[in-house]
Design a protein around this ligand. Sequence first.
Ligand code: HEC
Length: 118
Amino acid sequence: MKNLFLLYAAGAIALTPLGASAQDQAQIDLGKSLFNQWCLSCHGMGPGHPGTQALDQRYQGAMPGALEERTNLSPELVSVFVRNGISIMPFFRKTEISDSELAAIGAYLSTPQTNATK
Ligand code: HEC
């Protein structure tokens, strides 16, 4: 019972509107660290990253192979690939990457100005 209450309280805090931009930035920062944890081995920049290589191959210079350099990714698109996988990319279960964590990764990858600062 007590745990249930704590869960509810945590949810309520998460939904409390902070200053929108501070909240967005916190979500983007979380997304970046989750990206580093789950995606970077395949989608990092430079050689040796099979995801980046496959996308470089597919887009032939029409857009960058590295996801962090893309300016046309939406959270929805990221979510479809992460939940379904594609070719050698595994799909990720909610027990691995929760919906809110996935939203954070989507926020990070769809916010080019923070990507450019790396
Ligand atoms: C084991 C390697 C691997 C991991 C880990 C991986 N991916 Fe991928 N991903 C790929 C490959 C390879 C492709 C390209 C597949 C193809 O189209 O041939 C891809 C494609 C994608 C695409 C599609 C981009 C496009 O333009 O079609 C998105 C979005 C994506 N990955 C996001 C992610 C995210 C976010 C994570 C981390 C949660 C992740 N991937 C983890 C290998 C990986």
